[in-house]
Design a protein. Structure first.
Lengths: 132, 141
């Protein structure tokens, strides 16, 4: 008679649950809390993931990988990304700005990115249903 | 008779699988997905090309339509040529009447909130412009 022993399987499942719970928590912590612009966005642009994600707070502080970063450091990382990009994996920048931040902060950042050869960027938005 | 008893015994043994642990796991998974689904809000993206004043190579000889964003009484105003729009709906209406081949370029004054730039990009996208670019203003560090 074949008897199915579920105990090891349940052990493994528990381990997986604990692993995913922890990793998802860390993933959330890495994302800076930002009041993004409220727009629907572009469905066609949802598939590709960005090579570089920069957060911009309302006070004009730039965050890269959850750390406050100077424009010079961002420029250096972008320069490296542009140098290493290929036709199949173009260097893509996603900016997550505070919706109330003045455009001057975005302009400063984009001018730096442009100076190292970044040609395309994306702005992160959040769809709240109504837009503004 | 004996064959009937054997099949009954087999059925009772299969029915005695310890389902409690399985249900525990399923409940935990359910709770996990409920909690994480609440955390993660779906973010969207609005792509745009990046141009600088007087720089960059244009892929077309056509001049793009320019949307200039400024503030009037703390409210954003979108200007295309001589036409002024105060919201996305009216901006979209104006853009839909324009030729799309040349694309659209967006410029903003330094004090304009970034929300207005996103609004202009969204309006251009909804109006069917595939070539959208943002031109950052020259600013001091």
């Amino acid at each position: 008679m074949i008897s199915v022993d579920l105990t090891p399987m349940i052990d493994v499942v528990f381990q997986l649950i604990i692993f995913f719970m922890f990793t998802s928590q860390f993933g959330e912590l890495r994302r800076t809390e930002i009041d993004l612009p409220r727009e629907q966005g572009d469905e066609e642009a949802q598939q590709a993931s960005a090579a570089m994600i920069i957060d911009l707070t309302g006070e004009g502080v730039y965050f890269f990988e959850s750390k406050a970063t100077s424009l010079l450091e961002i420029e250096q990382v972008a320069q490296l990304g542009v140098t290493n990009q290929t036709d199949s994996t173009p260097f893509d920048v996603l900016i997550r700005p505070d919706r109330n931040a003045p455009a001057v902060y975005l302009d400063r950042l984009l001018l730096r990115l442009s100076s190292v050869g970044v040609q395309r960027w994306k702005i992160a938005t959040i769809d709240t249903g109504g837009g503004s | 008779m004996s064959r009937r008893r054997t099949s009954r015994q087999r059925g009772s043994r299969l029915g005695a699988l310890p389902l409690t642990s399985m249900i525990d796991v399923v409940f935990l998974l359910l709770i996990f997905f409920l909690v994480t689904a609440d955390f993660a809000k779906q973010e969207h993206k609005l792509p745009s090309a990046l141009q600088t004043e007087g720089g960059g190579v244009r892929s077309s000889d056509l001049q793009p339509q320019i949307i200039q964003i400024s503030l009037l009484n703390n409210q954003p105003v979108f200007t295309i040529g001589q036409v002024r729009c105060n919201d996305r709906a009216s901006l979209e209406g104006v853009l839909k009447q324009l030729p799309r081949d040349a694309g659209v370029a967006i410029k903003a004054e330094p004090d304009v909130p970034i929300q207005s730039i996103a609004t202009a990009l969204q309006a251009a996208r909804n109006a069917g412009f595939t070539r959208r670019s943002y031109v950052p203003g020259e600013v001091g560090q």
